[in-house]
Design a protein around this ligand. Structure first.
Ligand code: FE2
Ligand code: FE2
Length: 538
């Protein structure tokens, strides 16, 4: 009955969701309730509740192997809340006993499951520092499209979108210090021969047969042709100019073309004070978990959760983790690419998210989890993406859109899945999939998360949510399944890798992901750690 649930809560017991709903609908006698209150588990699972009732002869005992999910292949590794957090010592962990991949494709999981069902009490000496502090999270709502999408896809929407993007990017550029006059394109002819700095959007670009860069550029008032010759000292900057880039061009108007001497991107300021936090807390960054994929590395993910509970070593760092931020692709989704169903262990979108919710329920209660969507998640594919809806993610996590700006403690986080990084890598010379941090830097330099229009689906909202108006302290992305880290002008750029094993597509493309590696930032020391949960020591 509900009163039993409340009594257990009053006794500082947490209940797994399924255990709570089961208890609320059952009559529980005093001896069973007393046994549950005396349980050493932090979180009571459905099996524990059933066992307690069975002890008092109300129900048959549960199966030795948890049957909650039926016989579907996707559920083989899934356990409910209490089993995972309180049930494994390091020596019993699948990682310790398996020399092979964590992939659910490996069929020797079943014998291991029997051993991991054993209940082992958590070390009473683990005292997580993060438990002492209340969370401090503030979502900057004007940066998140969730609940604010007004786009109906008309021509006016596209015009408004581009106008908004140009106005906001050019405003940043006009704030740069320069001795040159920032003039409008339609006024250039009045300044022929004089060095000036128009702020423009690149509508077309090409390299001429002489190796020069020829561009057509425009602002709200006019268009002009511009040339950047390869003999100019700053010409190497021209290599990365993309169509739709908003830049300031320094140069002179000649008889036919505007002759460019230098270009400037909006970028972030060169010097910014380094922030630290007095409290010794930490943030773990995750992305691309891909629950529902046959290649989801569930054992590694569970090992991460056990680490948070102080069961996998490096307890001091684990105990500092107050926040877990997940940057999208939390589930593998359905129909994201042709014939995806062959690669799914869970073929129902609701079941995928139910499995994700169960994993979230394993998280320690002192850890705040923030979840944003990715291109595999059950929201619109066009960006900006709103929060994953309540029908899918029901667990107690904080949901944000992608992108969104979130203040965690004193640190301004820009969280974005990173779907546009494919187009950035394809278009900017020198970038590759092995170093996602360099592609992330390119979007920060442009102050725009999806600079190449047309190659990454964009919903033309009246406000361009992909713009980066305020300088973030930390930019967190995923999508490329490759860890990367760079400090650029005082801003951390972190790509948090994946918990999905290497896919056939990645094998064909020669892409080598870095699964099971979690970056953790200590806020006081500003030190990043990369912890490996696939196998071996952390
Ligand atoms: Fe992904
Ligand atoms: Fe993705």
């Amino acid at each position: 009955m509900q009163s039993d649930v409340l009594a257990l809560r009053g006794a500082q017991k947490r209940l797994a969701l399924d255990a709570e709903s089961f208890l609320a609908s059952q009559a529980v006698d005093a001896s069973a309730l007393s046994a549950l209150m005396k349980s050493h588990s932090f979180i009571l699972t459905l099996d524990e509740v059933r066992s307690a009732l069975a002890e008092s002869s109300k129900l048959p005992p549960p199966d030795p192997i948890h049957k909650e999910h039926g016989s579907g292949a996707h559920t083989d590794g899934l356990m409910s809340k209490g089993e995972a957090h309180g049930s494994m010592s390091a020596s019993q962990s699948p990682q310790a006993s398996s020399s092979n991949s964590d992939s659910p494709l490996h069929e020797k999981a079943e014998p291991e499951r029997k051993s991991i069902e054993t209940i082992v009490s958590r070390s009473p000496t683990y005292k997580p520092l993060a438990k002492e502090y209340a969370p401090r999270i503030k979502i900057r709502e004007h940066t998140d499209v969730s609940g604010q999408s007004r786009c109906v896809g008309t021509v006016d929407d596209f015009v408004a979108y581009f106008r908004d993007r140009f106005e906001r990017e050019s405003m940043i550029l006009r704030q740069h210090q320069t001795n040159l006059s920032t003039i409008r394109v339609d006024q250039i002819s009045q300044h022929t021969g004089e060095e000036v700095r128009p702020v423009v959007m690149v509508s077309d670009r090409r390299i001429t047969h002489n190796g020069n860069l020829f561009m057509e550029v425009e602002d709200e008032y006019g268009q002009m042709k511009a040339i950047f010759t390869s003999k100019e000292r700053n010409f190497p900057k021209a290599r990365g100019i993309l169509k739709d880039d908003v830049i300031a061009i320094d140069g002179r108007m000649g008889p036919n073309f505007f002759s460019i001497k230098d270009i400037t991107y909006p970028d972030i300021p060169l010097l910014r004070p380094t922030k630290t936090l007095e409290e010794d807390l930490a943030i773990a960054y995750l992305s691309d978990i891909h629950v529902g994929s046959k290649l989801f590395l569930e054992k590694s993910f569970r090992r991460f959760v056990r680490w948070l509970w102080g069961e996998e070593g490096r307890e001091e760092l684990a105990g500092k983790v107050k926040y877990v931020v997940i940057a999208g692709d939390v589930c593998d989704g359905i129909g994201v690419y042709p014939a995806q169903e062959k690669e799914l262990s869970i073929k129902d979108i609701y079941e995928q998210y139910a499995a994700f919710d169960k994993l979230m329920e394993l998280m320690p209660d002192w850890v705040e989890v923030i979840v944003s969507p990715g291109n595999h998640d059950g929201v619109r594919r066009g960006e900006p993406q709103p929060i994953i809806p309540m029908e899918l993610v029901r667990s107690d996590v904080k949901k944000i859109g992608s992108p969104a700006m979130v203040d965690i403690e004193e640190f301004r986080h820009l969280v974005y899945h990173g779907s546009s990084l494919d187009s950035v890598i394809a278009n900017v010379p020198g970038l590759n999939y092995q170093h996602p941090e360099n592609a992330m830097k390119e979007v920060l330099v442009r102050r725009h998360l999806s600079p190449v229009y047309g190659e990454n689906p964009i919903v033309p909202e009246r406000r361009d949510y992909m713009m980066i108006d305020e300088e973030p302290d930390i930019v967190h992305m995923g999508h490329l399944h490759k860890n990367g880290l760079l400090k650029y002008r005082g801003t951390w750029l972190v790509n948090s890798g994946t918990f999905q094993d290497r896919t056939d597509f990645q094998v064909r493309m020669g892409h080598v992901p870095t699964p099971g590696i979690v970056p953790v930032l200590e806020l006081k020391s500003q030190q990043f750690y990369h912890l490996k949960f696939m196998e071996g020591g952390l």
